[in-house]
Design a protein around this ligand. Structure first.
Ligand SMILES: [Zn+2]
Length: 274
């Protein structure tokens, strides 16, 4: 009963100062984060730690140098959402080592990936002009670093820079090309071929051989049910193309995956960094 009295006292005190009683750690995190943001520490730290040459969304170095003071280096954790569909897009993200997947939700609740972006591109670019909300849901597929810039700030810079406008035009073209190819892929190609193509694209963009991917996540990428992924993964492992343990997939033989991928890999890899 002592414990109950102590809890009641805590609840009374928090109620008096109008603070939710369930998550005090959360409030502290919020205070720390907002204090850092108010002081601009994230931006200052990022500027200090940026090496002289950085890769930012395929931008030429002259444009990178121009944008450098406006970029914030940020760490993206796997499975974090950058936006949900119809969210306001406050930041444009340029993945460095992170890889971002964009999804659409199907009527039956399944999801399907419509775009995957690494260091070759940027996420959120269709919302740069105007106030268009996020077209797709964007989620971190491979955790890592990315540079981000406020959407309003990038829009302002675009107004004065023809080279930046040309870059954005090229980026949007590449984005449309990828989405168009994904439509063909998702509609006409066998699931195993699509799985191989997707793994190769992930490897090109992350430069990794090992991924933290559950079968449930892969099912959400391919728009299939989990048992289909279990069968495919087993089949590819028997062919020594991949291996896996719980929640992790390893690419054992890239050439075998290439042979089993669909033609979309060749088409889409010109967008990527392979
Ligand atoms: Zn395909």
């Amino acid at each position: 009963m002592e414990g109950y009295k102590t809890d009641s006292g805590y609840a009374r005190r928090t109620a008096q100062i109008g603070v939710p009683s369930l998550a005090p750690e959360f409030r502290i995190d919020d205070v720390i984060r907002s204090t850092y943001e108010t002081l601009g520490l994230e931006q200052l730290d990022a500027v200090r730690s940026l090496p002289s040459k950085i890769v930012v969304g395929g931008l030429p170095q002259s444009l990178v140098n121009k944008l450098r003071p406006l970029l914030k280096l940020t760490l993206l954790t796997k499975d974090d959402y950058l936006y949900q569909q119809d969210d306001r897009v406050d930041f444009i993200y340029f993945p460095e080592t992170a890889v971002i997947s964009e999804f659409q939700m199907l009527a039956d609740g399944r999801t399907i990936e419509v775009a995957v972006t690494g260091a070759e591109g940027a996420v959120g670019i269709s919302s740069v002009w105007g106030t268009s909300p996020a077209v797709n849901c964007a989620q971190v597929c491979v955790g890592g670093t990315a540079y981000k810039i406020e959407t309003d700030v990038l829009e302002r810079e675009l107004t004065y820079s023809r080279p930046l406008q040309r870059w954005l035009h090229d980026q949007i073209n590449s984005y449309i090309k990828q989405i168009s190819q994904k439509v063909i892929c998702n509609t006409h190609h066998a699931v195993e071929e699509r799985f191989c193509t997707w793994l190769l694209m992930l490897q090109d963009r992350s430069k990794k051989n090992k991924f933290n991917l559950t079968q449930e996540y892969i099912a959400g990428v391919l728009g299939v049910y989990r048992p289909s992924v279990t069968c495919m993964a087993k089949s590819l492992r028997e062919k020594n193309a991949i291996d896996y343990v719980r929640g992790q997939i390893f690419i054992s033989d890239r050439n075998k995956l290439k042979k089993m991928s669909c033609a979309c890999y060749t088409e889409l890899s010109s967008n990527g960094t392979s």
